[in-house]
Design a protein around this ligand. Structure first.
Ligand SMILES: [Zn+2]
Length: 190
C-alpha cells in the first residue's frame, strides 16, 4: 500500500509578497508584469495528481484542467499519438528557485527572463499549464514542433480547451514554446 501523495501547498499572501520581493532582489524588474503584458498568476486552492512525469516526479493540475488533460491524452492515444508530461503545476517558490539557480550560474536576468517567466507570472502557477513531449524528441526543445504530437495538438488541442501560450513572436517577449499548452475554461470541451 502506498500513501496518497500530498499536493504542493499554495503560499499565503504574506509568503507570496516575500517571494516576489526576493525575485526583485535577484534582478527581476519591478515593472516586469506591466512591461511584458503579463498578469500576476495565483496558485489554485485545489490540485489533483495527473501521475508521474517523464522524470517520475508526481505532477499536478487543477481538477478541471486534469480532467481536460485526461481527455486530451486519451484522444491523442486513440489517434496513435503519445503525449508525455514534462512539467505541470509549479509553485511561485519553485519558479524563484529556478531563477536563483540560473543567476548563480551567472546568466543575466535579461537572458533568464527570455526563457523563464518571473516568479508570480508563470502560467504554471495556475495549475492549468502543462509542458508536453513525445517519445523520440528531447523535452523542452523547439524540435518538438516537428513531432507528430505537435501536429496533432495543433489540430485537436483546441477542442479540449488547450491553447499554445507562447507562439513565435508572441507579444510577451517569451521564447517560442511549442511544448507549453494551457487549458482555458472559456471553451466547453467535448
Ligand atoms: Zn511551460
Amino acid at each position: 500500500m502506498t500513501a496518497a501523495a500530498t499536493p504542493p501547498a499554495a503560499c499565503d499572501p504574506r509568503e507570496r509578497a516575500a517571494l516576489l520581493a526576493q525575485a526583485v532582489a535577484l534582478g527581476v524588474p519591478s515593472d516586469y508584469g506591466r512591461r511584458r503584458g503579463l498578469r500576476p498568476i495565483r496558485e489554485p486552492r485545489r490540485l489533483v495528481s495527473i501521475g508521474p512525469d517523464i522524470h517520475l516526479r508526481e505532477q499536478w493540475l487543477t481538477p478541471h484542467a486534469a480532467r481536460a488533460f485526461a481527455r486530451l491524452r486519451d484522444a491523442a492515444r486513440d489517434d496513435g499519438v503519445v503525449l508525455q508530461v514534462v512539467s505541470a503545476f509549479r509553485s511561485i517558490r519553485h519558479q524563484l528557485d529556478i531563477i536563483a539557480r540560473k543567476r548563480a550560474r551567472d546568466l543575466s536576468m535579461q537572458d533568464i527572463l527570455r526563457v523563464s517567466a518571473a516568479p508570480g507570472y508563470s502560467e504554471h502557477h495556475s495549475g492549468r499549464a502543462i509542458d508536453l513531449t513525445t517519445p523520440g524528441f528531447a523535452a523542452l526543445e523547439e524540435i518538438f514542433e516537428h513531432s507528430p504530437a505537435f501536429a496533432w495538438l495543433q489540430q485537436h488541442a483546441g477542442q479540449h480547451g488547450f491553447r499554445l501560450s507562447y507562439p513565435r513572436d508572441n507579444p510577451h517577449g517569451i521564447a517560442y514554446e511549442p511544448w507549453h499548452w494551457c487549458w482555458h475554461a472559456t471553451r466547453r470541451a467535448r
